[in-house]
Every structure is written in C-alpha cells, then in structure tokens.
Design a protein around this ligand. Structure first.
Ligand code: 5AD
Ligand code: SF4
Length: 437
C-alpha cells in the first residue's frame, strides 16, 4: 500500500480526525491520491449521529466494494469513525469488502494496523479505545494554510437521551494544555491565523484532569500566541456556559464573538426528557448575558424536530424560542432513532410526516430570521480575515468575527490579513461589502 484516499462523513471532529489519519499515513510514507479509484487504500471516516449519515456510508461502501471486485486490484478498504466503533467486528462479517476497522480513539494505532495488513492478509480491528490517546501528539496533514482545527478534548459525559456520541466516543478526556499550546504555536509558525478548538463540550475542558486549567484559562494561554489572529471553538453545552467563559469571549481580543449553543428544544418538558439539564428560561438568560458582555455576538444552535412525545404545543415553544432568540443560523434535524440510546424507550415516537412538517416549519421561520440578521449588518464595519479570491471572481472573500462569509473587491495579496470591510448588502448565506482603508 503506497497511496491512500480518505472519504469523510459528518462533523468537524471527523474532518479533523481525517487530517490526523492522513498525518499518520504520510509519516509512514503513503502518499495521497486525489480519487478513491486511484488509491491502494481507501478510508471511510464515518458518522452515525443520524440514520441518514449511516445510509450514506453504506451506499459509498457498496460503490467501493464493487470497485474492489471489478478490477482485481485488491484495494484495502478501511472503516474509521463512529460506525467503526458502533459495529466493530460485525462490519467484517457483514461486509466482506472491509479489511480494516479503526475506532475514533484508536487512530494512533493506524500505523501499526497498516503494517499488520501488509504482513498478513487477515483483517484488522481496533476499537478498544486507547486510554492514552488524549496524551498523544498525533501528526495532522492540514491543507487550508490559514484556518486549522485543533482537538482539545475527546468524548462526552452528557448522555443526552437521543445521542450515540457518549457510547461511541467514550468518556470525556482533555488533552494537556501544554500539548495544545505547542500545537497552536506550531500552527502559527506555519502561517495559520485562525484556530477552531474542537470538543463535544469544550466548556467542561479540564474536568477530571490532573492539570487544573479550565477552558477560559486555556483561551487565555492561546490568546498570547503571536501570529494567531482568531480563536473559535465548538461546541458548548448551555448548562456549562459559565460566566468566566462569557467574560473570556467578551474580553479576549482574539476570541471571536461567535457561540454555537445547541438548545435542541424550546420546551422544558422535552428538554427534561432529553436529559439536557437546563430550562428554556435558563437558556434565554445565558443568551441575554452573552449579548450584554460580548456585544454583537453571533449565536447559532442545533434543533431536533419531533423528539418522542413532542406535542404541537412543545413544537410551538421551539418556534417561539427561535423568534425570541433570533439566531444567526441554526442546524435543524428530524429526530432519528439511534441504537442503545434512552430515547428509544420514550413513548410517543412520531411519524416521519409529523417530524418532516415540524422541521419544515422550523427551517421556514429561521430562513427569514437569518436574512434579517444579515441585513442588520448592512452599513456596519466588520473585521474580516481574508481567505483569498472568491468563487465569483474579481473579488476577495473572508469571514467576519461572527463567522459570516463576506465578498468584497480588492487585490489578491491580502490573504491571511485582518481588514475592515463596510457591509453594503446581505443575502441568505453571505454579505457583500467594500474594503475600508
Ligand atoms: N436525531 C437527530 N438529531 C440528533 N443530533 C444528535 N443526535 C440526534 C438524533 N438521534 C443532533 C443534535 C446535536 C447535533 C450534533 O446533532 O442536535 O446537537
Ligand atoms: Fe451528544 Fe449531548 Fe454529548 Fe452533544 S452533549 S455529543 S448531543 S450526548
């Protein structure tokens, strides 16, 4: 095996895990192939957060299996990520085209797995979870050059009733602050200007570690790294959004005023059934605080439509919360049954049609709100990190601190710089403006 290709499904965490797997494989001498068809090893880095994500994987696997059989080249197919963890050995028996199965906490073992695969022909499975993973420094191949993801913790202890993540990614473990600081410092030296810190619940960073550094303190350490202009993070559990973190967002100049704060539902009854540990009123309070202490903060959220037992009245409360909070953007999903989760046993599972209708209502309402929020920025001056030429041509593109895409006229050599742009017009997905001197 000399060349590899990775196909990634799912969240930013998975995208970054793919960068790490690429790092491990390249350290072993493998080279990237642009297409699965040209690679000797193909890794499918999978997601199982919802049934649809799982279906996408199985259809891609079908396509690759066909390829494997057809040209007799004997490509190696590896399955990584959440489905690898969920299915483990069963993947090998059910889908004979799969040669390698590696769980998200076993990535560091990939190098040895490739060796084992080269030496013997028997399939290799690693899903036991490496207890030292969070203390390991794993290389990553990043291609953006400007914006980088950095994992700061793994796993989740929250056990929201609908979610498979805690079962698949294990208990919360935080990486040592010195390793994170060293990684971000090295990124700055390579020319990276923005980092997004990744974790299922970043605000409980440090919990249970020998090192007492908290998440706001970690932000303070990263603030001092020269060369980095911007720091972002995902995701925050509303229950754990502490006053200290709100102040860090307000006070630390590099920490962007952009918070992804998944609410899931606007009904207290549903929130309790989901095991979210906050009420809608407490959530609204946190949003209010954020807006006072970090003015102009962009707030985004996740919503689940049609959780088991959700009534019309509960659904209306979610719509009302959307109207009240006025999110900059949302990610909304139909509730999807996940194996092993508590929500399976909650009475009152809804039909697909009901879930579909409620989701459509949520998305319709939010469309207007998103556009309105963007229009509110017309006339304002925004700090923009320039990413380069826009797809439209003749213009530059970049993002505001609130993470909104902005297109504006300008010369091509501004990539990586912070500039000021006056916003002139706004659409559903982006803003247009002019560069200020
Ligand atoms: N069904 C639908 N959406 C889900 N999410 C997590 N589990 C499920 C599920 N079973 C959503 C939540 C979470 C986001 C990452 O995915 O909204 O915040
Ligand atoms: Fe899943 Fe809840 Fe953990 Fe997020 S906080 S990963 S929704 S269990």
């Amino acid at each position: 095996m000399k060349s590899y290709h990775i196909i990634t499904f799912g969240c930013q965490m998975n995208e970054h895990d793919s960068e790490r797997m690429a790092g491990i494989l390249e350290a072993k001498g493998l080279v990237p192939a642009a297409h699965a068809e040209d690679a000797e090893m193909v890794i499918l880095n999978t997601c199982s957060i919802r049934e649809k994500a799982e279906q996408k994987f199985y259809s891609e696997l079908g396509r690759l299996s066909h390829l494997k059989g057809r040209d007799g080249r004997g490509i190696t197919i590896a399955v990584a990520g959440c489905i690898a963890q969920q299915e483990g050995k069963r993947l090998l028996s059910r889908t004979p085209s799969v040669d390698l199965v590696v769980g998200p906490s076993d990535i560091a073992r990939l190098s040895d797995m490739v060796t084992a695969r080269r030496e013997r022909t028997k399939p290799v499975v690693e899903t036991g979870g490496d207890p030292e993973y969070h203390q390991k420094v794993v290389p990553a191949v990043r291609t953006d050059g400007l914006k980088a993801w950095v994992s700061i913790m793994y796993g989740c202890d929250n056990f929201c009733a609908y979610c498979v993540v805690p079962y698949l990614r294990g208990r919360e473990r935080s990486r040592p602050p010195r390793d994170i600081v060293a990684e971000v410092r090295s990124l700055a030296e390579q020319g990276y200007r923005e980092v997004t810190l990744l974790g299922q619940n970043v605000n409980s960073y440090g919990k249970g570690s020998a090192d007492p550094t908290t998440f706001p303190e970690l932000l303070g350490l990263l603030q001092d790294i020269d060369g980095i202009h911007r720091i972002r993070f995902v995701t925050s559990h509303p229950r754990d959004l502490s006053d200290e973190l709100v102040h860090a967002i307000g006070d630390l100049p590099k920490v962007c005023e952009a918070v992804h704060l998944p609410v899931q539902s606007g009904s207290d009854r549903v929130l309790a059934a989901m095991n979210r540990n906050y009420t809608a009123a407490e959530y609204r309070d946190k949003v209010r605080k954020l807006r006072v202490i970090a003015p102009g903060v962009a707030i985004t959220t996740d919503i689940i439509a049609g959780f088991p037992g959700e009534t019309d009245d509960d659904a209306e409360q979610t719509l009302q919360l959307l109207r009240d909070v006025e999110y900059d953007n949302i990610f909304a999903f139909k509730y999807s049954k996940r194996p092993g989760t508590k929500a399976l046993d909650i009475p009152g599972h809804l039909s697909d049609q009901v879930k579909e209708d409620r989701l459509a209502q949520i998305l319709r309402l939010q469309r207007d709100i998103t556009l309105r929020k963007n229009i509110q920025l017309v006339g304002s001056l925004q700090e923009v990190l320039v990413e380069g030429a826009s797809k439209k041509g003749g213009t530059l593109t970049g993002r505001t601190r609130g993470n909104k895409a902005v297109n504006f006229a300008g010369a091509g050599d501004l990539r990586g710089l912070l500039v000021t742009v006056r916003i002139q017009s706004a659409g559903q997905n982006s803003l247009t403006g002019e560069l200020c001197e």
